[in-house]
Design a protein around this ligand. Structure first.
Ligand code: MN
Ligand code: MN
Length: 291
């Protein structure tokens, strides 16, 4: 009769959970549209729209052990938020697969750092983003969401990296990428070559068996995901992103979705985020069923 408004079908307890949903309502370094701290709960609400049965995978999310842990209290100081995210990950049961709901994209480096430490294994990181996020610092802080990929590249244990969907970056970021051989694929390349060809090329760089997928929602074209902090036209389609998840989820040890700004949404961006989070879980569960 009474329904908790957590992520749909995530009614399980932490003990015995195969998947955990964790909200990271942090947006202190936002540079354009603010409010991604409200992202996690907007995605949860949107998730209630969908059937629990995912027909393409023949997986019913209601049959899975999914636990919504709620939101972390992250305050407004980025250094505190990063430390708290890492501490939270250390407390998770071994081998549970976390799905993080942002929050701005600056949540990704401490997640990846925390998972590398927790799992004692190297990770390959695939970022989907319109932006290079390769700045050394932005707005007087190295923790900025404009520095996300730069910080990921500094993580010992994040052994390989690729980013898909790029169409925005400063001249300095382009120079840094060229000098350091960063594996980047533009949205134009995805349009011209197709997502599977681009992903094949990205996977040559992502040599680790275990992967982490970080989805900055602005990778998608604003036509499909308008409510993000820094919308950038000429982006990926939902089918592109869905296909990336379809091919990589079974190797992924975690997944985040960031940059949703609900105040600018009529619901469609939150629905997209919720649908992709559910797709990730369903594809991974299908893989675990031995399909
Ligand atoms: Mn980003
Ligand atoms: Mn971005």
């Amino acid at each position: 009769m009474f329904q908790k408004c957590g992520f749909a079908d995530a009614s399980g307890e932490l003990e015995g959970a195969d998947y955990v949903v964790i909200g990271l309502p942090f947006d202190s370094t936002t540079s354009f549209r603010s409010g991604s701290r409200d992202g996690p709960n907007a995605i949860r609400l949107a998730s209630l729209n969908f059937e629990s049965y995912e027909r393409d995978c023949d997986v019913d999310l209601a049959d899975l052990n999914i636990c919504d842990l709620g939101n972390m209290e992250l305050g407004s100081d980025p250094a505190y938020a990063w430390a708290t995210i890492k501490e939270g990950i250390a407390l998770l049961p071994d081998n549970v697969v976390p799905v993080f709901l942002g929050g701005e994209h600056s949540i990704a480096p401490p997640i990846i750092g925390g998972l590398v430490q927790k799992r004692h294994s190297e990770l390959g990181v695939l970022v989907l983003d319109a932006h290079m996020d390769l700045r050394e610092e932005y707005g007087c802080t190295r923790f900025s969401h404009a520095c996300t990929s730069r910080r990921i590249l500094e993580i010992e244990g994040a052994r390989s990296y690729a980013s898909i969907g790029i169409r925005s970056g400063s001249k300095e970021e382009h120079s840094f990428a060229a000098e350091n051989g960063a594996c980047l694929f533009t949205s134009r390349e995805v349009r011209e070559m197709g997502i599977d060809s681009v992903l094949d090329a990205a996977l040559e760089s992502l040599s680790c068996e275990q992967l982490y997928i970080s989805l900055d929602l602005d990778a998608l074209d604003p036509a499909y995901a308008p409510a993000v902090g820094n919308p950038e036209p000429f982006g990926l389609t939902p089918w592109d992103v869905k296909r990336v998840i379809e091919r990589l989820a079974t190797r992924a040890v975690g997944f985040d979705i960031s940059e949703l700004t609900p105040a600018y949404d009529r619901g469609e961006t939150a629905l997209m985020a919720a649908s992709l989070a559910r797709w990730f879980i369903a594809v991974k569960a299908r893989g675990n069923k031995g399909y």
